[in-house]
Write a protein that binds this ligand. Structure first.
Ligand code: ZN
Length: 423
């Protein structure tokens, strides 16, 4: 909190807790970071899509977060994120959340009025020519055509973000929540120069945006490693950070504006690049993860053996039987090779060790199976349908699950991204 305005902090991690049972184990990872000398602010995020699939309400996320914070005496900021909301879905999140991810991806490419575009270009004549960003050698050459075309592509989406922002502001109050704008769930990556121009439009719209989630180049599949050119990612990520610094200085956006990396879990091969860029620009990052924790619940259950292992196998068998339906909403963010999926009968015969080593995200392990992992990643609906049977086993095996959840979030995510090493 600064002058009555909520601030997110330089380093923050979004965590998803689909069944509202792991908040303590997740917070424990932030405590480990604090003990290692770095404050990483936890943000519990859950999208409308997840709430709908599971049948939960945003208040359950708030209650779990508050309880964890109290139990572990976390005397630092924490937030609840209304993840990927639009004007149609924001209202149910209003009371429970203090972080709003305004998703405008669907409006990219929608036409803006000619007068709005002309007005935008007129307002930003100072961007024309060569823009030199601090901390990087290369410059952006921006012509009137670039400005116009970028406005044609993004201005309507930014205006939509403004509408949603004002709805939240009128309810929560100015400075009483963290606004994020996300554009990641779309087909094309936004270039750093596009990001700069988008930020100009966001500033015009009067949105005090604190985090922005562009779509980066490369594939950010759910729960598995990055697929793409890591050197190119690092280059673009650095330019994005430089563009943000420029936007803060020239467009009057909040000083602590930072990048948000969506589908950020398990992207092990780009974490060194993210960490290096943060150091280079003395900038923060919001790393948004979600489903990786649900997979640790399955790993913990499998590790526990007995009924819990049987349940983990049942989840797989059901997910296998309903794979088409489960994969459909996530088709653009998964790459499952059906030939690599073991049959449910084969899995039925697996030991705890076979199940956990196929699922646990350890690239170097020969047993690791990314197709198996991705199918289970989208299979949380199966566990939701099991209802009490699933939750009772979560509760009965809390210790082993919590150990896996904390270890995954700290060792494989927070430590490499924010501390720059493997925990
Ligand atoms: Zn996203």
């Amino acid at each position: 909190m600064e002058n009555g305005v909520l601030t997110l902090g330089k380093y923050s991690v979004g965590t998803g807790d689909r069944f509202a049972h792991q908040a303590k184990a997740q917070l424990q990872a932030c405590i480990q970071a604090l003990n290692a000398g770095v404050q990483v602010v936890p943000v519990w995020n859950k999208s409308n899509r997840e709430h709908t699939i599971i049948g939960s309400e945003p208040v359950s996320v708030r209650q779990a977060a508050d309880a964890a914070v109290k139990a572990l005496q976390w005397n630092h900021p924490y937030f609840c994120d209304a993840d990927h909301i639009t004007i149609a879905t924001v209202s149910r999140f209003m009371d429970a959340c203090d972080f709003f991810t305004i998703d405008v991806a669907d409006f990219i490419g929608e036409p803006a009025s000619t007068s709005d575009i002309e007005d935008f270009v007129r307002r930003h004549k100072s961007l024309l020519g060569t823009v030199q960003l601090a901390g990087v050698d290369e410059t952006f050459a921006i012509t009137e055509e670039t400005l116009t075309q970028t406005a044609q592509k993004f201005l309507a989406a930014v205006k939509k973000a403004g509408e949603v922002y004002r709805v939240v502001e009128s309810s929560k109050g100015k400075g009483r929540f963290i606004p994020e704008i996300s554009m990641d769930e779309t087909d094309n990556a936004q270039s750093p120069v596009e990001l700069l121009i988008i930020l100009a439009a966001i500033a015009d719209e009067g949105i005090p945006v604190r985090t922005i989630a562009p779509k980066f180049s490369g594939r950010f599949n759910k729960g598995v490693d990055y697929v793409g050119n890591v050197a190119q990612f690092e280059h673009e990520f650095a330019l994005d950070m430089a563009a943000i610094a420029y936007a803060v200085e020239h467009f009057g956006l909040p000083q602590d504006l930072k990048l948000s990396v969506h589908s950020g879990s398990d992207k092990f091969s780009i974490y060194p690049a993210i960490h290096a860029s943060m150091k280079r620009f003395n900038a923060g990052v919001h790393l948004k993860t979600a489903g990786t924790t649900w997979l640790e619940e399955l790993i913990g259950l499998a590790e526990a053996g007995g009924d819990a292992l049987s349940l983990a196998k049942d989840v797989y068998a059901e997910a296998f039987a309903h794979s088409e339906e489960l994969c459909a909403p996530y088709a653009t963010v998964i790459d499952i090779d059906p030939a690599r999926l073991p049959s449910p009968d084969e899995v039925r015969g697996w030991s705890s060790e076979q199940y956990t080593s196929a699922l646990r995200h350890v690239e170097a392990s020969p047993a690791y199976n990314s197709s198996f992992r991705q199918l289970l990643h989208v299979g949380f609906k199966i566990a939701a349908k099991m209802g009490r049977r699933y939750l009772d086993l979560l509760e009965a095996n809390e210790a082993v699950i919590a150990r896996n959840v904390t270890e995954n979030l700290y060792n494989r995510h927070i430590a490499p991204v924010f501390l720059g090493y493997q925990g």
